[in-house]
Design a protein around this ligand. Structure first.
Ligand code: FES
Length: 104
């Protein structure tokens, strides 16, 4: 069953930054852009690198290991060497808290 789980406070992730969280046995990267919060799998589809230490620019995250780029709104690949999209997760903000929809 899918359920929204609290993963962080809004104040933890200023605009232009991202934070890696672990919830329901998944490592998820929560990104805060000018247009809101987005969540993607924190595991690069190229060689499984965590991307929390990568670079976030607008809606694009760059993997720190070999430089693959992904659209955090869709998970789509924007630049090589990755060819497979990454998972995305639904996000909601209630008050000061950020929630992500995950499977139990
Ligand atoms: S592991 Fe991310 S680009 Fe290779």
């Amino acid at each position: 069953m899918a359920d929204f789980r609290k993963v962080a406070a809004v104040a933890d992730i200023p605009v232009g930054t991202m934070k890696s969280v672990e919830v329901a046995h998944e490592r998820i990267l929560v990104c805060h852009t000018e247009t809101g919060f987005f969540a993607v799998a924190d595991e690069c589809s190229h060689d499984s690198a965590p991307m929390g230490n990568g670079h976030l620019h607008r809606n694009e995250v760059t993997c720190p290991r070999h430089g693959a780029r992904f659209d955090i709104t869709s998970g789509a690949v924007l630049g090589p060497p990755a060819v497979v999209p990454i998972d995305t997760f639904e996000v909601k903000v209630e008050g000061e808290d950020i929630f992500i929809l995950v499977e139990d």
